[in-house]
Design a protein around this ligand. Structure first.
Ligand code: CO8
Length: 259
């Protein structure tokens, strides 16, 4: 389906979703959010896709929620706009398939929040990060107060959010927001290489691992290990577990089936 604000390209079991409003630095307006929601729904059940990469067209990943659209909102409209973004980002975070943010440039405000809703963040050396909302008279509204604190710690998150400062990719990696910083030209190849590696593994095992990490980190350790035990047990009901272990013992490459 043709979409106005983003493009989707699929190859070798990987879907690349490219935010495509470069004239507004890919700022998230309602239309982009709704199209993103739609793409997430579609890719969740697409049998040809195992891994999803999110990136941006031009010099930005996403420079935030659309300030032009937000300027005139009432309190109730602002709350609704925030909840719309929160729900979509939560859906992305809970998608069973793994997601990689390939951050090609500015990831500010809602852009940083979008990147944080992905499983893994690869950044170009040109990427810039921050939550500048307080300089606009608002708080982060697409769950940045929650995810930044969980990813980089309460104290650093407060510093980032209270000052609104912008940080380069190396600082974002140093505080643990970004997995890896790569040369700008190599960003997509690195993201695709990692995606293909993940896609070559047993997909049910990858998805169960994601569920165990996501659900476990939100629970106490006893609940978390229980979730892990249940999902670990479920793996033994899959053909891919038989194939993976048999291939190891027969000293050959496994051929996984489940998608
Ligand atoms: N919204 C709308 N338009 C934007 C945005 C944005 N977030 N960012 C950039 N643009 C537009 C600019 O207005 C400009 O448009 P035009 O050419 O028509 O003047 C175009 O994109 C290019 O931008 P610049 O000329 O500013 O490019 P520069 O390279 O000079 O600067 C920056 C790049 C530093 C990224 C600069 O554009 C900037 O500071 N942008 C805003 C960053 C920001 O503050 N983001 C946070 C927004 S708030 C947010 O995300 C809250 C999320 C939760 C919302 C909850 C709702 C209730």
């Amino acid at each position: 389906m043709e979409r106005k604000t983003l493009k989707v390209l699929k190859e070798e079991r990987v879907a690349v979703v490219r935010l495509n409003r470069p004239e507004a630095l890919n700022a998230l307006n309602s239309e982009t959010l709704i199209e993103l929601d739609d793409v997430i729904e579609e890719l969740a059940t697409d049998p040809d896709v195992d891994v999803i990469v999110l990136t941006g067209e031009g010099k930005a990943f996403v420079a935030g929620a659309d300030i032009g659209e937000m300027r005139g909102l009432t309190a109730e409209e602002g709350r609704k706009f925030g909840i719309l973004g929160q729900k979509i980002f939560r859906k992305l975070e809970l998608l069973e398939k793994p997601t990689i943010a390939a951050i090609n440039g500015f990831a500010l405000g809602g852009g940083c929040e979008l990147a944080m809703s992905c499983d893994i963040r690869l950044a170009s050396e040109k990427a810039k990060f921050g939550q500048p909302e307080v300089g606009l008279g608002i708080t982060p509204g697409f769950s940045g107060t929650q995810r930044l604190a969980r990813l980089i710690g309460v104290s650093k998150a407060k510093e980032w959010i209270f000052t609104g400062d912008v940080y380069d990719a190396n600082e974002a990696a140093r505080v643990g927001l970004v997995n890896k910083v790569v040369h700008h030209e190599a960003l997509m190849e690195e993201a695709l290489e990692m995606s293909r590696k993940i896609a070559s593994k047993a997909q049910l095992a990858v998805r169960y691992a994601k569920i165990a990490i996501n659900r476990g980190i939100e629970a106490d350790i006893d609940t978390g290990v229980q979730i892990e035990a249940d999902l670990f047990g479920l793996c033994f009901a899959t053909q891919d577990q038989k194939e993976g272990m048999t291939a190891f013992l027969e000293k050959r490459k496994p051929s996984f089936q489940a998608k």
